[in-house]
Write a new protein. Structure first.
Length: 382
């Protein structure tokens, strides 16, 4: 492949990383590199994020998530049960395995399911189901610090206990669960026929390596202990890295290293920006008293992870940023980068209907965003 084509492909795929890198480089001309640069980096967030991504890659690689999904679908008889199962798998799964991994796992799985159900079901329902799954992943992931990268970062920065973090986001999660159940049921309320029990074709069977899955579950427990500050994050990082490197290196190849580099670049930019008094004062004035709204609006343009990294350097009201960046994952296609995972899958599987999916996605997300902004107003958290 021509070098120019490779560069263009990389730039298109890693837009956020490239922007973060450019900002870091520009800021370094204004604040020359010195000893304080190393203080910018939140090594705890990076270490735990790497460990979680490695463990999730291993669990996915060895069939754990597909196994759970197929076992749950074996008990479904009606179309609404199938759709609700697919949506709730994504919703609850995202709380522990992150919104990205939930969509990478369950959106392709949804196409397998609808291929088994038949062309008529796929044509009528699949775009809507993938759209709802994407919303479910972004909403489910907001409940826990493990759910998405910005939560993990802001949780560490906020000083909140795990319980207080859950309580902060619980009203939104319960609202999301109710809305997703209603939406899933209404999607197929006119469908009265029973769905034939799922019979997986031989080439679609999942073969699980249970020995490795058990070890990865233990490693996940170790990561959780680090998140909860029960063990030092450096210990959990070394255990995960050494064990996977010596025992199952394929998982390390599936880690999203571009996300880690994006974090590093933004840490440098934010650290330097904080030392530019004029910029720091200006951004503080914009954010003060408008933390949630600014976070939501900024997320629509640069997505919620960069928004969390950027705004956290200029306000001490981290709880409001947690709410704002989670709600900000709704809205535009790039408000949460996880949403692009679903869109790419639709573009591959339903090329001629990707425009229709984009319209469905945008309208649905705007509706959900407006509802959740209303929930935020009702909670009175300011």
């Amino acid at each position: 492949m021509d070098l120019r084509v490779r560069i263009c492909k990389f730039l298109k795929k890693e837009v956020v990383l490239c922007v973060a890198f450019v900002l870091a480089v520009i800021s370094s001309f204004l604040i020359h590199p010195d000893k304080k640069y190393i203080q910018y980096i939140d090594f705890r967030t990076l270490a735990i994020l790497f460990s979680l991504m490695s463990v999730m890659a291993g669990l996915k690689l060895h069939g754990a998530f597909d196994f759970v999904g197929r076992k749950m679908l074996e008990k479904t008889k009606y179309l609404w049960q199938v759709i609700l199962t697919l949506v709730l798998l994504t919703f609850f799964g995202s709380m522990l395995i992150t919104n990205d991994v939930a969509l990478i796992t369950f959106v392709p799985f949804t196409f397998v399911v609808f291929n088994l159900l038949g062309e008529s079901y796929r044509k009528k329902q699949v775009l809507w189901v993938v759209c709802i799954q994407t919303i479910a992943a972004n909403l489910g992931s907001m409940l826990t610090p493990l759910g998405n990268p910005q939560n993990l970062y802001l949780y560490g920065k906020s000083g909140l206990s795990f319980g207080r973090f859950l309580l902060l986001m619980l009203p939104y999660t319960l609202t999301a669960l109710a809305l997703l159940c209603i939406w899933s049921f209404l999607l197929c309320v006119k469908e009265k026929k029973k769905v034939i029990q799922m019979e997986w074709k031989s080439e679609e069977q999942v073969f699980c390596n249970w020995k490795k899955i058990r070890v990865y579950l233990i490693l996940f427990g170790i990561c959780l202990l680090a998140v909860l500050h029960i063990i030092d994050y450096r210990i959990s990082f070394l255990i995960v890295l050494l064990l996977i490197f010596l025992w199952d290196r394929k998982s390390l190849k599936r880690v999203d290293y571009s996300l880690l580099l994006t974090f590093v670049a933004f840490f440098i930019f934010i650290g330097n920006a904080g030392r530019i008094s004029a910029f720091s004062l200006w951004l503080n004035q914009i954010i003060e008293g408008r933390e949630v709204i600014v976070a939501v609006l900024a997320s629509q343009i640069i997505s919620n992870v960069p928004t969390a990294l950027l705004l956290s350097g200029f306000t001490n009201k981290i709880s409001l940023l947690i709410i704002g960046t989670n709600l900000g994952g709704l809205g535009t296609l790039i408000a949460s980068m996880a949403s692009l995972i679903s869109y790419r899958q639709i573009a591959q599987e339903e090329t001629e209907r990707k425009g229709k999916y984009f319209l469905i996605f945008t309208i649905s997300n705007v509706i959900f965003l407006l509802i959740f902004l209303g929930v935020w107003k009702m909670t009175g958290v300011q």
